[in-house]
Ligand binder design. Sequence first.
Ligand SMILES: [Zn+2]
Length: 48
Amino acid sequence: MALQKGERYRCPESDCGCEIEVTKSAAPGKGGDQAPRCCCGKEMKKVS
Ligand SMILES: [Zn+2]
């Protein structure tokens, strides 16, 4: 799924712990379904 406004993603690396919030949704049909990647290289997990 594409990034949606308001979604939060957190880095699973305990030493890092970076968390981001989407402030603007991706345009429909333009994105893939990949999760964003943290600056440390880990794939970020959506915070539910
Ligand atoms: Zn990280």
